[in-house]
Design a protein around this ligand. Structure first.
Ligand code: SF4
Length: 349
Protein backbone atom coordinates (compact mmCIF):
# COMPACT_ATOMS: atom_id res chain seq x y z
CA UNK A 1 0.00 0.00 0.00
CA UNK A 2 1.36 3.44 -0.86
CA UNK A 3 1.40 5.90 1.98
CA UNK A 4 0.63 9.41 0.79
CA UNK A 5 0.99 11.15 4.13
CA UNK A 6 1.68 10.02 7.64
CA UNK A 7 1.07 11.83 10.89
CA UNK A 8 3.51 12.10 13.77
CA UNK A 9 2.27 10.26 16.80
CA UNK A 10 3.65 9.14 20.13
CA UNK A 11 4.31 5.40 20.26
CA UNK A 12 1.31 3.51 21.56
CA UNK A 13 -1.32 5.89 20.21
CA UNK A 14 -3.32 5.13 17.14
CA UNK A 15 -1.76 6.66 14.08
CA UNK A 16 -3.95 7.47 11.11
CA UNK A 17 -2.14 7.15 7.82
CA UNK A 18 -3.85 8.46 4.72
CA UNK A 19 -3.35 6.15 1.80
CA UNK A 20 -4.64 6.08 -1.74
CA UNK A 21 -7.33 3.69 -0.55
CA UNK A 22 -8.44 5.66 2.49
CA UNK A 23 -7.16 5.60 6.03
CA UNK A 24 -5.12 2.92 7.72
CA UNK A 25 -5.23 2.70 11.50
CA UNK A 26 -2.06 1.75 13.26
CA UNK A 27 -1.70 1.38 16.98
CA UNK A 28 2.01 1.81 17.63
CA UNK A 29 3.63 -0.88 15.51
CA UNK A 30 0.33 -2.74 15.05
CA UNK A 31 -1.71 -2.27 11.94
CA UNK A 32 -5.27 -3.34 12.61
CA UNK A 33 -6.45 -4.50 9.21
CA UNK A 34 -8.34 -7.74 9.82
CA UNK A 35 -12.02 -7.98 10.73
CA UNK A 36 -13.58 -11.23 11.91
CA UNK A 37 -17.26 -11.01 11.27
CA UNK A 38 -19.57 -13.43 13.08
CA UNK A 39 -22.65 -13.59 10.89
CA UNK A 40 -24.73 -15.84 13.15
CA UNK A 41 -24.61 -17.46 16.56
CA UNK A 42 -26.46 -20.53 15.23
CA UNK A 43 -24.69 -23.78 14.46
CA UNK A 44 -25.47 -27.27 13.24
CA UNK A 45 -22.97 -28.85 15.66
CA UNK A 46 -22.88 -28.73 19.45
CA UNK A 47 -19.19 -28.95 20.29
CA UNK A 48 -18.70 -29.76 23.95
CA UNK A 49 -16.33 -26.82 24.48
CA UNK A 50 -18.66 -24.32 22.81
CA UNK A 51 -22.35 -24.87 23.51
CA UNK A 52 -24.64 -27.20 25.42
CA UNK A 53 -26.80 -29.65 23.53
CA UNK A 54 -30.01 -27.97 24.62
CA UNK A 55 -31.24 -24.83 26.33
CA UNK A 56 -29.05 -22.44 24.37
CA UNK A 57 -29.85 -18.74 24.62
CA UNK A 58 -29.66 -17.89 20.94
CA UNK A 59 -29.79 -14.20 20.15
CA UNK A 60 -33.25 -13.30 18.76
CA UNK A 61 -33.16 -12.86 15.01
CA UNK A 62 -34.17 -9.20 15.27
CA UNK A 63 -31.06 -8.53 17.36
CA UNK A 64 -28.71 -10.10 14.82
CA UNK A 65 -27.26 -7.71 12.26
CA UNK A 66 -28.93 -7.97 8.87
CA UNK A 67 -26.70 -8.61 5.88
CA UNK A 68 -27.26 -5.02 4.74
CA UNK A 69 -26.14 -3.73 8.13
CA UNK A 70 -23.05 -5.93 7.99
CA UNK A 71 -22.14 -4.70 4.53
CA UNK A 72 -22.53 -1.12 5.74
CA UNK A 73 -20.26 -1.73 8.73
CA UNK A 74 -17.67 -3.52 6.61
CA UNK A 75 -17.63 -0.52 4.24
CA UNK A 76 -17.06 1.78 7.21
CA UNK A 77 -14.34 -0.53 8.56
CA UNK A 78 -12.58 -0.52 5.20
CA UNK A 79 -12.40 3.28 5.51
CA UNK A 80 -10.59 2.66 8.80
CA UNK A 81 -7.98 0.39 7.25
CA UNK A 82 -9.59 -3.06 7.33
CA UNK A 83 -8.32 -5.06 4.34
CA UNK A 84 -9.18 -8.62 5.27
CA UNK A 85 -12.52 -10.03 6.41
CA UNK A 86 -13.13 -13.50 7.76
CA UNK A 87 -16.71 -14.74 7.96
CA UNK A 88 -17.35 -16.90 11.00
CA UNK A 89 -20.24 -17.89 13.24
CA UNK A 90 -21.53 -19.98 14.91
CA UNK A 91 -21.51 -21.69 11.58
CA UNK A 92 -21.75 -19.12 8.76
CA UNK A 93 -23.14 -21.54 6.19
CA UNK A 94 -26.33 -22.15 8.21
CA UNK A 95 -27.51 -18.57 7.77
CA UNK A 96 -30.06 -18.19 4.99
CA UNK A 97 -28.95 -15.97 2.11
CA UNK A 98 -25.24 -16.53 2.76
CA UNK A 99 -24.21 -16.79 -0.89
CA UNK A 100 -26.01 -13.60 -2.09
CA UNK A 101 -24.40 -11.81 0.88
CA UNK A 102 -20.99 -13.16 -0.11
CA UNK A 103 -21.53 -11.93 -3.66
CA UNK A 104 -22.16 -8.41 -2.35
CA UNK A 105 -19.23 -8.55 0.04
CA UNK A 106 -16.81 -9.62 -2.67
CA UNK A 107 -17.97 -6.67 -4.78
CA UNK A 108 -16.80 -4.16 -2.14
CA UNK A 109 -13.80 -2.04 -3.05
CA UNK A 110 -10.46 -2.16 -1.27
CA UNK A 111 -10.80 -5.50 0.49
CA UNK A 112 -7.71 -7.56 -0.29
CA UNK A 113 -8.93 -10.81 1.16
CA UNK A 114 -12.16 -12.50 2.21
CA UNK A 115 -12.03 -15.88 3.89
CA UNK A 116 -14.47 -18.17 5.65
CA UNK A 117 -14.20 -20.44 8.67
CA UNK A 118 -16.71 -23.27 8.58
CA UNK A 119 -17.28 -26.53 10.43
CA UNK A 120 -17.57 -28.15 7.01
CA UNK A 121 -20.97 -29.81 7.47
CA UNK A 122 -22.54 -27.84 4.57
CA UNK A 123 -19.33 -27.29 2.64
CA UNK A 124 -19.98 -29.87 -0.05
CA UNK A 125 -23.26 -28.15 -0.83
CA UNK A 126 -21.85 -24.61 -0.95
CA UNK A 127 -18.21 -25.02 -2.02
CA UNK A 128 -18.83 -24.35 -5.72
CA UNK A 129 -20.94 -21.24 -5.02
CA UNK A 130 -18.29 -19.93 -2.63
CA UNK A 131 -15.60 -20.53 -5.23
CA UNK A 132 -17.73 -18.80 -7.87
CA UNK A 133 -17.81 -15.72 -5.63
CA UNK A 134 -14.04 -15.61 -6.06
CA UNK A 135 -13.15 -16.99 -2.61
CA UNK A 136 -10.19 -19.31 -2.75
CA UNK A 137 -9.14 -19.60 0.91
CA UNK A 138 -11.17 -21.50 3.43
CA UNK A 139 -10.68 -22.86 6.95
CA UNK A 140 -12.43 -25.97 8.18
CA UNK A 141 -12.56 -26.62 11.92
CA UNK A 142 -12.10 -30.33 12.59
CA UNK A 143 -10.93 -31.83 15.87
CA UNK A 144 -10.98 -35.51 15.03
CA UNK A 145 -10.49 -37.77 12.03
CA UNK A 146 -12.38 -40.58 13.75
CA UNK A 147 -16.13 -40.57 13.14
CA UNK A 148 -17.11 -41.87 16.58
CA UNK A 149 -14.87 -39.37 18.34
CA UNK A 150 -16.09 -36.54 16.11
CA UNK A 151 -19.59 -37.49 17.30
CA UNK A 152 -18.49 -37.37 20.95
CA UNK A 153 -16.90 -33.92 20.53
CA UNK A 154 -19.61 -32.33 18.36
CA UNK A 155 -22.63 -34.34 19.56
CA UNK A 156 -23.58 -34.85 15.89
CA UNK A 157 -22.83 -37.88 13.74
CA UNK A 158 -21.68 -35.82 10.75
CA UNK A 159 -18.00 -36.60 10.26
CA UNK A 160 -18.57 -38.03 6.79
CA UNK A 161 -20.36 -34.89 5.62
CA UNK A 162 -17.44 -32.76 6.81
CA UNK A 163 -14.91 -35.02 5.12
CA UNK A 164 -16.89 -34.95 1.86
CA UNK A 165 -16.91 -31.15 2.13
CA UNK A 166 -13.13 -31.07 2.56
CA UNK A 167 -12.63 -33.35 -0.45
CA UNK A 168 -14.96 -31.22 -2.55
CA UNK A 169 -13.10 -28.07 -1.53
CA UNK A 170 -9.82 -29.72 -2.48
CA UNK A 171 -11.29 -30.80 -5.82
CA UNK A 172 -12.41 -27.22 -6.50
CA UNK A 173 -8.92 -25.94 -5.83
CA UNK A 174 -9.32 -23.94 -2.61
CA UNK A 175 -5.79 -22.95 -1.75
CA UNK A 176 -4.94 -22.93 1.00
CA UNK A 177 -7.48 -25.27 2.47
CA UNK A 178 -6.77 -24.99 6.16
CA UNK A 179 -7.86 -27.52 8.74
CA UNK A 180 -8.01 -26.02 12.24
CA UNK A 181 -7.53 -28.49 15.08
CA UNK A 182 -8.04 -27.59 18.73
CA UNK A 183 -5.80 -30.05 20.55
CA UNK A 184 -6.93 -31.25 23.98
CA UNK A 185 -5.03 -33.68 26.16
CA UNK A 186 -6.86 -36.96 26.64
CA UNK A 187 -9.51 -35.93 24.11
CA UNK A 188 -7.83 -35.87 20.69
CA UNK A 189 -4.10 -35.42 21.25
CA UNK A 190 -3.46 -39.01 20.15
CA UNK A 191 -4.45 -37.86 16.63
CA UNK A 192 -1.83 -35.15 16.32
CA UNK A 193 0.39 -37.27 14.08
CA UNK A 194 -2.58 -38.41 11.96
CA UNK A 195 -3.42 -34.76 11.31
CA UNK A 196 0.23 -34.02 10.52
CA UNK A 197 0.35 -36.97 8.09
CA UNK A 198 -2.56 -35.46 6.15
CA UNK A 199 -0.15 -32.78 4.93
CA UNK A 200 2.34 -35.29 3.50
CA UNK A 201 0.46 -36.09 0.33
CA UNK A 202 -2.33 -33.48 0.33
CA UNK A 203 -1.84 -29.70 0.00
CA UNK A 204 -3.71 -29.06 3.27
CA UNK A 205 -2.54 -26.55 5.83
CA UNK A 206 -3.19 -28.12 9.21
CA UNK A 207 -3.23 -25.56 12.04
CA UNK A 208 -2.97 -26.73 15.62
CA UNK A 209 -4.58 -24.20 17.92
CA UNK A 210 -4.12 -24.14 21.67
CA UNK A 211 -7.40 -24.67 23.45
CA UNK A 212 -8.54 -21.29 24.78
CA UNK A 213 -10.60 -20.56 27.87
CA UNK A 214 -13.32 -18.78 25.91
CA UNK A 215 -17.02 -18.82 26.65
CA UNK A 216 -19.27 -19.87 29.45
CA UNK A 217 -19.67 -23.50 28.27
CA UNK A 218 -16.01 -24.06 27.61
CA UNK A 219 -14.93 -26.30 30.57
CA UNK A 220 -11.29 -25.36 30.03
CA UNK A 221 -8.87 -27.03 32.43
CA UNK A 222 -5.10 -26.79 32.60
CA UNK A 223 -4.94 -30.61 32.78
CA UNK A 224 -6.35 -30.88 29.26
CA UNK A 225 -4.28 -28.01 27.91
CA UNK A 226 -1.36 -28.68 25.53
CA UNK A 227 1.06 -26.01 24.41
CA UNK A 228 1.80 -25.31 20.77
CA UNK A 229 5.44 -26.08 21.52
CA UNK A 230 4.57 -29.57 22.80
CA UNK A 231 2.49 -30.15 19.66
CA UNK A 232 5.33 -29.03 17.42
CA UNK A 233 7.73 -31.40 19.19
CA UNK A 234 5.34 -34.27 18.55
CA UNK A 235 4.91 -33.39 14.88
CA UNK A 236 8.70 -33.34 14.47
CA UNK A 237 8.52 -37.14 14.71
CA UNK A 238 7.16 -37.07 11.11
CA UNK A 239 10.27 -35.39 9.71
CA UNK A 240 12.35 -32.25 9.75
CA UNK A 241 10.25 -29.08 10.01
CA UNK A 242 11.24 -26.39 7.51
CA UNK A 243 9.96 -22.94 8.56
CA UNK A 244 7.65 -21.26 6.04
CA UNK A 245 7.90 -17.51 5.67
CA UNK A 246 5.03 -15.31 6.81
CA UNK A 247 2.88 -13.59 4.22
CA UNK A 248 1.61 -10.03 4.75
CA UNK A 249 -1.95 -11.01 5.74
CA UNK A 250 -0.87 -14.03 7.77
CA UNK A 251 -2.32 -14.74 11.16
CA UNK A 252 -0.25 -15.61 14.19
CA UNK A 253 0.55 -19.23 13.22
CA UNK A 254 4.15 -20.40 13.17
CA UNK A 255 4.26 -22.21 9.86
CA UNK A 256 6.34 -25.24 8.84
CA UNK A 257 6.52 -27.79 6.10
CA UNK A 258 7.43 -31.34 7.04
CA UNK A 259 10.33 -32.27 4.78
CA UNK A 260 8.93 -33.41 1.43
CA UNK A 261 5.30 -32.68 2.35
CA UNK A 262 2.81 -31.09 -0.06
CA UNK A 263 1.00 -29.21 2.67
CA UNK A 264 1.98 -27.32 5.82
CA UNK A 265 1.54 -27.51 9.55
CA UNK A 266 1.07 -24.44 11.72
CA UNK A 267 0.93 -23.81 15.45
CA UNK A 268 -1.04 -21.05 17.13
CA UNK A 269 0.06 -20.38 20.69
CA UNK A 270 -3.04 -18.41 21.62
CA UNK A 271 -2.60 -19.07 25.34
CA UNK A 272 1.02 -20.00 26.10
CA UNK A 273 2.71 -17.00 24.52
CA UNK A 274 1.56 -13.52 23.73
CA UNK A 275 1.20 -12.27 20.21
CA UNK A 276 -0.79 -9.22 21.33
CA UNK A 277 1.88 -6.87 20.03
CA UNK A 278 1.36 -8.06 16.48
CA UNK A 279 -2.39 -8.80 16.71
CA UNK A 280 -4.12 -7.16 13.76
CA UNK A 281 -7.70 -8.27 14.52
CA UNK A 282 -10.95 -6.68 15.31
CA UNK A 283 -14.13 -8.68 15.81
CA UNK A 284 -17.71 -7.78 15.02
CA UNK A 285 -20.19 -10.00 16.84
CA UNK A 286 -23.40 -11.25 15.26
CA UNK A 287 -25.36 -8.78 17.39
CA UNK A 288 -23.30 -5.81 16.26
CA UNK A 289 -20.65 -5.25 18.89
CA UNK A 290 -17.03 -4.53 18.13
CA UNK A 291 -14.48 -6.39 20.22
CA UNK A 292 -10.78 -5.66 20.27
CA UNK A 293 -9.72 -8.88 21.95
CA UNK A 294 -11.09 -12.39 22.40
CA UNK A 295 -9.95 -12.34 26.00
CA UNK A 296 -11.51 -9.05 26.94
CA UNK A 297 -15.23 -8.57 27.35
CA UNK A 298 -14.98 -4.92 26.48
CA UNK A 299 -17.24 -4.24 23.49
CA UNK A 300 -18.54 -1.25 21.58
CA UNK A 301 -22.13 -1.31 20.38
CA UNK A 302 -22.34 -0.24 16.75
CA UNK A 303 -25.77 -1.69 16.01
CA UNK A 304 -27.75 0.81 18.10
CA UNK A 305 -26.28 3.93 16.45
CA UNK A 306 -26.59 2.26 13.06
CA UNK A 307 -30.29 1.52 13.65
CA UNK A 308 -30.81 5.02 15.02
CA UNK A 309 -29.67 6.30 11.65
CA UNK A 310 -26.40 7.82 12.86
CA UNK A 311 -24.17 8.87 9.98
CA UNK A 312 -21.03 7.25 8.66
CA UNK A 313 -18.79 9.67 10.56
CA UNK A 314 -20.22 8.51 13.89
CA UNK A 315 -19.88 4.84 12.93
CA UNK A 316 -16.35 5.37 11.63
CA UNK A 317 -15.53 7.06 14.93
CA UNK A 318 -16.72 3.96 16.81
CA UNK A 319 -14.58 1.68 14.65
CA UNK A 320 -11.61 3.95 15.29
CA UNK A 321 -12.35 3.88 19.02
CA UNK A 322 -12.43 0.06 18.97
CA UNK A 323 -9.00 0.11 17.32
CA UNK A 324 -7.69 2.75 19.75
CA UNK A 325 -8.92 0.78 22.74
CA UNK A 326 -7.74 -2.60 21.51
CA UNK A 327 -5.82 -4.05 24.45
CA UNK A 328 -2.09 -4.03 23.96
CA UNK A 329 -1.85 -7.21 26.04
CA UNK A 330 -1.14 -9.43 27.62
CA UNK A 331 -4.69 -10.48 26.98
CA UNK A 332 -3.90 -14.02 28.04
CA UNK A 333 -2.06 -15.39 31.01
CA UNK A 334 -0.57 -18.82 30.64
CA UNK A 335 -0.52 -19.55 34.35
CA UNK A 336 -4.03 -18.31 35.14
CA UNK A 337 -6.08 -17.81 32.00
CA UNK A 338 -9.11 -15.61 32.43
CA UNK A 339 -12.29 -16.96 30.95
CA UNK A 340 -14.25 -14.68 28.72
CA UNK A 341 -17.88 -14.84 29.69
CA UNK A 342 -19.54 -14.73 26.30
CA UNK A 343 -20.46 -17.86 24.41
CA UNK A 344 -17.78 -18.44 21.78
CA UNK A 345 -20.31 -18.94 19.01
CA UNK A 346 -21.42 -15.33 19.35
CA UNK A 347 -17.91 -13.95 19.00
CA UNK A 348 -16.68 -15.95 16.07
CA UNK A 349 -13.67 -17.69 17.64
S1 SF4 B 1 -17.23 -24.76 18.06
FE1 SF4 B 1 -17.93 -24.02 16.07
S2 SF4 B 1 -18.74 -25.89 15.11
FE2 SF4 B 1 -18.64 -26.31 17.28
S3 SF4 B 1 -20.66 -25.78 18.10
FE3 SF4 B 1 -19.32 -23.98 18.35
S4 SF4 B 1 -19.72 -22.76 16.56
FE4 SF4 B 1 -20.46 -24.83 16.11
Amino acid sequence: MISAKSAMNPIGDTEKVETLAGVECRQGSRRVNYLRLSITDRCNLRCVYCMPDEGIDFVPHSEILSYEEMLHLVRISVRNGIRKVRLTGGEPLVRKGFIPFLEKLTALQDLDEITITTNGVLLKEYAADIRNCGICRINVSLDSLRPERFFRITRRDLFHKVWEGIEEAQRLGFDPLKINVVAMKGVNDDEVLDFGRLTLDRPFHVRFIEWMPIGKHNNWTSEKFITAEALRNRIAALGELDPVEHEPMDGPAERYRIKGARGEVGFISAVSSHFCDSCNRLRLTAEGRLRGCLFSDKEIDVKTPLREGKGDEVLAGLVKRAIDEKPRGPGRLSSRPRKCIRQMSTIGG
